[in-house]
Ligand binder design. Structure first.
Ligand code: NAD
Length: 496
C-alpha cells in the first residue's frame, strides 16, 4: 500500500451504530422484537442487526406524528423558529460528517471519498438550504373589495411518509424531510433496508437539535412490510417516494386502496447522453460520459446509461470513453484511492450480471468489462462495462439496469438521435454535447426529460427542481417547488 493509499476500514471500529427505531422521540425496538441484517457489500458479511418494524410500529409512529402535529410544538411555531432548529441540525450533521460518510460506505459500498466529498456535503447543504427557506414562503392577498379580505396561506399537510432508496441514502432522505419539516409537517421516514444507518443516526441528531418528539419518526424495515404499511395507512396524508417505477406504481395503488393520500413518485431513468459530430472537445465529453454512467457504480437514477453517438465519430469517441474509464478499477471502498466501489447487494449484482448476459445474447458487442471481480473479498464488484452496436429495442437499452453498464447506440442525424432518446418509458435526464447552438436549442426543446444538460452532465444543486417525465415519476424534489408540495393552500375570507 502506498502512502497516499490509506484504508479507512479500521475507523468503523470506533463507530457506535444506532440500531433502533425512533418513535415519539424514543429509541425503541420494534414491537415484534424482530431484526434484520445490514450487510457490508464490500465483504458480503453482516455488520450489524437493526430492529425491524412492522405495521403495528408504523401505526404507533403515525399516532405519535399526528399527536405532535396537533399539539403544534412544530407545526404551529413560527417558520423562523423551525429554521433555527433545522439549521442546528444541519450544523450537527456537519459536525458528524465523517461518521455519516463511514456509515454510507459501510451500507452501500460507495467509495469513501465520494461519501465524504459528495454525499455528505450535499446532504448538509440541502438541509441547510431548506432550513433557510422555511421563513421565506409567503402567502397571497386576493384583490378583494372594501368589505372583505381574502387571503391564501400555505398550511402544512400533516403526517408525511418518506420512503427512500439506498443509492444516495442520506441525500435522498434530506430531499424529503428537509422541505417536509421546514413547512411544519410531522414525518415518518422509512430508509431503504440496505442503508438504514445514516438515517437512524440523523434521527438522533434531530432530537439533539431540538426537533420535538414525534415530529421525526424513523421506522426501519423491508419495503413489503413497513413501506406498504405506510402506503396503506389511512392516517398518512402524503408520501414522498423515491425508488423504482415498479414500487412507485404500487404506492399509487396503496393510495387508491386507502385514503387517496398524495403520492409523489420519483422513479428510475434510462437517460440518453448524446454526442454529435459538432462537439469540439470530445475528450471532455468522453470524461463526462464515463462519470455519467460509472459514478456510484452506475447506481444513479439519472445515470447516462444510453450513449447516443454520431456514427462518424463513434470509434474515436468510444476509445476516449475507454481511456477516461481506465482508472475505474473496482476496489475496497474504504481505500481513499478507490474510484469504483461495490454494488449494493448480491441480488443487485446478480441483476446487473444478468443484464450483461442479456446484452451479449441479444447481439450487442461487449467492448469493455462485463465481469464480476474481486470475488475473494466476498463482496459484490462488477467491472465498468461498455456495449457497442446496441439497438434501442434491446433489453439493455430499455430497462433501467442500475449498474455500471453503458449501451452505445449510433445515429446519423440529430432528428434520429432525439427520436431514439425519447423512445423510452422514462424521462428523467438527458444530455447533449455539441458546439452548434441550433442543435443545442433543438435538443433542449425536444428532449422529453425533467432535466436537459448541454455540454455537461449531472450539473445540479438544490436551487433547481429535480424529477422526471413519463414513468420517471411526477414528483419534484429540491428547490422552492418542493417546499410548496408539502403544503396545502388555505383560503380565508374575512367580511367587514
Ligand atoms: P425500490 O423501489 O426497490 O425501493 C425504494 C424504497 O421503497 C425502499 O425504501 C424500499 O424498501 C421500498 N419498497 C420496496 N418495495 C416496496 C413495496 N412493495 N411497498 C412499499 N415500499 C417498498 O428502489 P431501490 O432499489 O431502493 O432504489 C433504486 C431505484 O431508485 C432506481 O429505480 C432509481 O432510479 C430510483 N431513484 C430515483 C431517484 C429520483 O430522484 N428520481 C433518485 C434515486 C434513486
Amino acid at each position: 500500500m502506498t502512502k497516499s493509499m490509506t484504508n479507512h476500514r479500521h475507523l468503523l471500529d470506533d463507530l457506535t451504530i444506532q440500531d433502533k427505531a425512533i418513535v415519539g422521540g424514543d429509541l425503541c425496538q420494534s414491537l415484534s422484537g424482530e431484526s434484520f441484517n445490514v450487510i457490508d457489500p464490500s465483504t458480503g458479511k453482516t455488520h450489524v442487526d437493526i430492529t425491524h418494524c412492522g405495521p403495528e410500529d408504523v401505526d404507533l409512529a403515525e399516532k405519535s406524528a399526528r399527536r405532535a402535529f396537533e399539539a403544534g410544538a412544530w407545526s404551529r411555531i413560527s417558520a423562523t423558529e423551525r429554521k433555527t432548529t433545522l439549521m442546528r441540525l444541519a450544523g450537527l450533521m456537519r459536525d458528524h460528517a465523517e461518521e455519516l460518510a463511514l456509515l454510507e460506505t459501510l451500507c452501500v459500498g460507495k467509495p469513501i471519498n465520494d461519501a465524504r466529498n459528495v454525499d455528505i456535503p450535499a446532504s448538509c447543504n440541502t438541509l441547510a438550504w431548506f432550513a433557510e427557506a422555511a421563513d421565506k414562503v409567503y402567502g397571497e392577498v386576493a384583490p378583494s373589495d372594501d368589505n372583505s379580505l381574502g387571503f391564501v396561506e400555505h398550511e402544512p399537510l400533516g403526517v408525511i411518509g418518506a420512503v427512500v432508496p439506498w443509492n444516495l441514502p442520506l441525500l435522498m432522505t434530506v430531499w424529503k424531510i428537509g422541505p417536509a419539516l421546514a413547512t411544519g409537517n410531522s414525518v415518518i421516514l422509512k430508509p431503504a433496508e440496505q442503508s438504514p444507518l445514516s438515517a437512524l443516526r440523523l434521527g438522533q441528531l434531530a432530537l439533539e437539535a431540538g426537533i420535538p418528539e414525534g415530529v421525526l419518526n424513523i421506522v426501519p424495515g423491508y419495503g413489503e412490510t413497513v413501506g406498504k404499511a405506510l402506503g396503506l395507512h389511512p392516517g398518512v396524508d402524503a408520501i414522498g417516494f423515491t425508488g423504482s417505477a415498479e414500487v412507485g406504481k404500487l404506492f399509487l395503488t396503496y393510495s387508491g386502496q386507502s385514503n387517496m393520500k398524495r403520492i409523489w413518485p420519483e422513479c428510475g431513468g434510462k437517460s440518453p447522453h448524446i454526442v454529435t459530430r459538432n462537439c469540439k472537445d470530445l475528450k471532455k465529453a468522453a470524461a463526462a460520459v464515463a462519470t455519467g454512467i460509472f459514478f456510484n457504480q452506475g447506481q444513479v437514477c439519472n445515470a447516462g446509461s444510453r450513449l447516443l453517438v454520431d456514427r462518424q465519430i463513434k470509434q474515436e469517441f468510444l476509445a476516449l470513453v475507454r481511456e477516461a474509464s481506465s482508472d475505474l478499477i473496482p476496489d475496497d471502498p474504504f481505500l481513499t484511492t478507490t474510484k469504483l466501489g461495490a454494488i449494493v447487494s448480491r441480488p443487485q449484482m446478480e441483476r446487473v450480471l444478468s443484464y450483461i448476459e442479456a446484452g451479449r445474447s441479444e447481439g450487442a458487442d461487449l467492448v469493455m468489462g462485463g465481469k464480476q471481480v474481486r470475488k475473494d473479498s466476498g463482496g459484490y464488484f462488477v467491472e465498468p462495462t461498455i456495449f457497442d452496436n446496441v439497438s434501442n429495442d434491446m433489453t439493455i437499452a430499455r430497462d433501467e439496469i442500475f449498474g455500471p453498464v453503458l449501451a452505445t447506440i449510433s445515429f446519423d442525424t440529430l432528428d434520429e438521435a432525439i427520436a431514439i432518446a425519447n423512445d423510452s418509458i422514462y424521462g428523467l435526464g438527458a444530455g447533449i454535447w455539441t458546439d452548434d447552438l441550433d442543435e443545442a436549442l433543438t435538443a433542449s426543446k425536444r428532449l422529453h426529460a425533467g432535466t436537459v444538460w448541454i455540454n455537461n452532465f449531472d450539473d445540479a444543486n438544490v436551487t433547481v427542481p429535480f424529477g422526471g417525465f413519463k414513468q420517471s415519476g411526477f414528483g419534484r424534489d429540491k428547490s422552492l417547488h418542493a417546499l410548496s408540495k408539502y403544503t396545502d393552500l388555505k383560503t380565508t375570507w374575512i367580511a367587514k
